[in-house]
Design a protein around this ligand. Structure first.
Ligand code: S3P
Length: 428
């Protein structure tokens, strides 16, 4: 990355990763076919697609960003020929655990080196309470589902705010007898609940508790996938740092359980305007316009942490450019993402010369106008790589970012989009 630069213009980011995974998974066990437009053809969602094909689901691709899922119904999946490899995709492995727990056949789930280090008991333990027979390897993949055990509903209080855990349990609950009730310690993204309703299921939300009756069947439907707010986030921060004229992001998903970063950046003084688009289905979307702003450091409200959980890498870059101190607490979950994101960001901020302190559940840092360049190890984490690509806008010297192939898991075409916006990327 060359140092400095400006961003401006108009761009669109690829489809939402969370929604794209769910479109495939719910479409697979629905009766009839499901069409998803604006689908994210990134490596993570393609891993889900390949897994479903191994489970006997036929997929058609009218265009690279449109998929038709030929649903096989709740009992129609078949035993795969071998272990399912979910690559880097935490959402895929955890939601598949829930989807497959009520099935008659067994199955093994695994992934790449990063996924093999991630905690799976948070899903396996409550699934066992429902009656499923599951083994993990010291809490991590490979996950072995033995199948063939009838599931019963549970009342369960989630120990962490996690949409992946909630969604896995909702998928299992569809195949369990009775009404499952899940209580969240704080709201997490609600795409599964919205999409279940779009497929004709009844899902009840009362305060922090979501309930679902088992045995409901899903009807195939048509879904519009908006742009991924988590991908737009990199350009929101790029704009706040370096858009002398407005940078406009078209058709971005603005489900309020995802837009915590918008609120945090506004608290920091960012000038971001939201123009809502006409609703196209279960998920709201908007055009976002951002301008260079003078940011000030803040103490990030803990209630916003789960609503911005994937955005912390780039938020730390915004904070590093802000006046004064920023402190994040209550974000220990960042340690078990695709990488330990607190440690990865602390190391990178150190390279930039930004004063910071790593905490068990967060990070403190003092912002400064510009910073040094150097060599950043993204640790194979797509969001760490993209966050430091944005950081180059305020660097005085070039930034070399290593291990960036996994950007394709969530944002295929990032390089071209970023260059068009004004980021100065060079390939070595
Ligand atoms: C996701 C939920 C979040 C998020 C992940 C996608 C989802 O994980 O970090 O990128 O699609 O449900 P947790 O639910 O584990 O926090």
């Amino acid at each position: 990355m060359r140092a400095g630069g400006r961003v401006a213009g108009e761009l669109a980011v690829p489809g939402d990763k969370s929604i794209s995974h769910r479109a495939l998974l719910l479409g697979a066990i629905a009766r009839g076919s499901t069409r998803a437009r604006g689908f994210l053809a990134g490596e993570d969602c393609l891993a889900t697609a390949r897994a479903l094909e191994s489970l006997g689901v036929r997929l058609e691709w009218p265009t690279p960003t449109e998929v038709i899922v030929h649903g096989v119904g709740p009992q129609g999946l078949v035993a795969p020929p071998g272990p399912l490899d979910l690559g880097n995709a935490g959402t895929a492995i955890r939601l598949l655990m829930g989807l497959l727990a009520p099935q008659r056949f067994g199955c093994t789930l695994r992934g790449d080196a990063s996924l093999m280090r991630r905690p799976m008991e948070r899903v396996a333990a409550p699934l066992r309470q429902m009656g499923a027979r599951i083994d993990t390897c010291d809490g991590r993949p490979p996950v072995v589902l033995h199948g063939g055990a009838p599931l019963r509903a549970i009342d369960y209080a989630l120990p962490v705010a996690s949409a992946q855990v909630k969604s896995a349990l909702l998928l299992a609950a569809l195949g369990a007898e009775g009404i499952t009730r899940l209580r969240e310690p704080a709201p997490s993204r609600d795409h599964t609940e919205r999409m279940l309703r779009a497929f004709g299921a009844e899902v009840e939300q009362q305060g922090a508790t979501v309930s679902l009756r088992g045995g409901q069947s899903l009807r195939g439907t048509t879904l519009e996938v908006p742009g991924d707010f988590s991908s737009a986030a990199f350009f929101l921060v790029a704009g706040a740092l370096a858009a002398e004229t407005p940078l406009v992001l078209r058709n971005v998903g603005v489900n309020p359980t995802r837009t915590g970063l918008l609120e945090i950046l506004r608290l920091m003084g960012a000038d971001i305007r939201v123009q809502r688009r006409e609703a196209q289905g279960a998920e709201p979307s908007a055009d976002l316009e951002v301008r260079r702003s003078t940011l000030r450091g803040i103490r990030v409200p803990e209630a916003l942490v789960p609503l911005a959980i994937d955005e912390f890498p780039v938020l730390f870059i915004a904070a590093a450019a802000a006046e004064g101190e920023t402190e994040v607490s209550g974000a220990a979950e960042l340690r078990v993402k695709e990488s330990d994101r607190l440690a990865a960001m602390a190391a990178g901020l150190g390279v930039l010369g930004v004063e910071h302190r790593l905490k068990p559940d967060g990070l403190w840092l003092r912002g400064q106008g510009t910073w040094r360049g150097g060599h950043i190890d993204s640790r194979g984490d797509h969001r760490i790589a993209m966050a430091f690509a944005v950081a180059a806008l305020r660097a005085r010297e070039p930034l070399e970012i290593a291990d960036v192939a996994n950007v394709a898991t969530s944002f295929p075409g990032f390089e071209a989009t970023a260059r068009a916006a004004g980021l100065q990327i060079e390939r070595h």
